[in-house]
Design a protein around this ligand. Sequence first.
Ligand code: GAL
Length: 714
Amino acid sequence: MKLLRYLLTALFLFTSALFVCAQGIKWFEVEPGIWKAVIGKPESFDLLKASGAIAAHAGLADMDKATFPLAESDITAKIIDGKTYLHFPLSRAEQLYGFGLNFQTVQQRGKILTLHVDNYDGKDNGRTHAPTPFYISSKGYGVFVNSARYIQVYAGTAVRTDSKNPPVLQDRNTDDNWSARPYADGVDLLVPAEGVEVFVLGGPTMLDAVRRYNLLSGGGCLPPRWGLGFTQRVQRLSTAADVLKEADAFEEKGYPLDFIGLEPGWQSKSYPCTFEWDPGRFADPSAFVRDMLKRNVRLNLWTNPYISPEASIAKAIAGYTGSHSVWVGAVADITIPKARDIFFGELSKNKIDIGISGFKIDEVDGGDEYLWPDVATFPSGHSAEQMRQTYGLMMQRYVTEQYRRRNQRTFGLVRASNGGGSSFPFVIYNDYYNHRDFITALTNSGFAGVLWTPEVRDSKNAEEWLRRFQSNIFSPMAMINAWASGTKPWTFPEVAAQVKAMAGLRMQMMPYWYSEFAKYHFKGIPPFRSMVLEDGFGNHEQSKNINDANLEANPYGKLITREVKDQYMAGEYLLVAPMFTGETSRKVILPKGNWYDFYTGKYAGNGEVIEVTPGLDKIPVYVKDGGIIPLMPAMLHAPKAGQKVDIEIRYYGNRPGHYLLYDDDGETFDYEKGAYSFREIKVEFKEGKIKGTISAPAKGKPNTVGKVTFKKVG
Ligand code: GAL
């Protein structure tokens, strides 16, 4: 009997595996340059369902045509034992990028990962805040696996015995190049479900594949203008009076400030949360918000989603929560509409309703020791695993929806995201505080369809404070998170003036940042991205693998990879190369083409490695030949909706310059209905003279551009 059952199961598994192979995988071009295959029976809940992403068709249609980038017969899928086995080809010289928000590595070939939403714990092993199941190949295509499961990835590490391109046999006794990780000709993914939707994103360049992924996810987010100013998160347990005083101090001292974040303490109880104002610290929340808005400073509220038994919504939501608690708080099953009505209704009441501009959604990532366990169940029937992979994504979606309903943009923070989340106006942050790794995360964020802030919290000394601040200014959210430290921009008097100058520069650059975010939204181009996505950087994309011959320390000859992870592109024209504490000089790799110093306009190099000694006051930044950086005056607050500001167009180098300056009302979603324009800027520099033009404002569209002047830098 047992044997028969065994034979039948074996037969079933064999035929179902065969089924997928024999049929081959059918790829359909679902959007221009994006092909989808449905393998087996995909689950009804996946990343794109959780995010509700609707592909930005217009942006995709606007891109050049692409052809299917792989040999279809080289892609295989099998379903065995309730799991989907995916295999994608990989050639010898190919490098891989992506697989989520990694902190220490950019190149992913040779990795074994489990893509799992988690608080980053110091290892690039797939457990991270945004483990987006999307990878990009140096051959110029991408693959996205639309599953809300923990996915196992063998990124060029699974060596098949039937491979047509097997690794070369080597003898460890005599071959110095023997490696514990021989070459493997594929990317293998194991999805614990009986089917999955897979997307192949065409190039021809890596950036094209990234753009298609972001556009598939709805296009990148477009923050309100004020979101790109400066934000301070005040110390926990601050009172309304403390916060007003802090805002006044910024104004008096002349430091820009667009929004203040309240950390734990605004609620009557936190961990778990009541979502209600603490009457002692905030006696009259509406009056407080009004007072802040009078100062042109918005408010953002920290919260985690775990519901205190003492919260006023506790009773109403009780039927819609998971089987396990987090810090004794209930976890709402926000896949259920009724649970959402209650939960997001509470976030609206007395919060969004009275003018709160956004939220910091904390602790939706993990760690395992406090989050709901994988044995938890949820009333909707979604598994704990699916909820873990998507909770951050869904929180972003439904918070954004609250604001969208009011035709008001938001810009907030979140600690977890996943595939399909590019359009959400949230920036990821964490508690890990390694400046170098923060920069690597910034470069990787552009592969993962997320934004990341290398936030500044505290520092051992003035040098570290300034160095961290400088790179934070060239990031999606310029922020001090003083929730524990109570630091202010001027905390280190030795560098207070430099910090102020950097914060002023952030404000001046608002037209640039805003235009670059518009390109993220409409064209899918990540505003902050890795150097390998830049033309002319190719020479440096190969890793130099060094076989550490120390047998004691490295018995399996693990390869040590050298890669570029400490410099990145910021917008169309800028290359940023942060300095780290203790450094007085650093190497910068300039891609091919002429590059110029951002501050002086002086020629810096072309396709070469330069050594720079910028001094403490400066973060090295370089501008591409013909680069255009539109600036506004260093105002203390972002311009209000419709407010006109003068623009100084800075031009670098000699090549004819071209730029698309984005404009809209800066605060509403009307741009989605066409109330925006890209104004074309052209600059030429001939015989020592600069000649610049800007196209006329589009009729009937918001026009916030005042006087325009042109300046050649250098
Ligand atoms: C942490 C978060 C910090 C801060 C703190 C408040 O989880 O990462 O930024 O908000 O909670 O308790």
